[in-house]
Design a protein. Sequence first.
Length: 94
Amino acid sequence: MNVAVTEAPKSYEEIVTKLVDMLRTATKKPGEEWSAETTLTEAGIDSFEVVEYIFEIEDAFGVEINFNANKVEDRPQTIGDFARLIMSSKASTK
């Protein structure tokens, strides 16, 4: 993915916007209309890619996401789930 975030997004909506841009680039689907409600399946992202993207998102947003790939219930299902993981990680690092 390798998309640097130049200024840290502050709101949920800003994070979703950055994530959509990052995921569009990563999946090579720049014209897709995605939102927080878009599922990762709809975006064409499989469970293996989720793990890869977690690391990329951590780097891009400067956070450490508490994520266990072996726990299905912890896996993000939507772009909004990713944004909430980032928000909770930002809150826990303050």
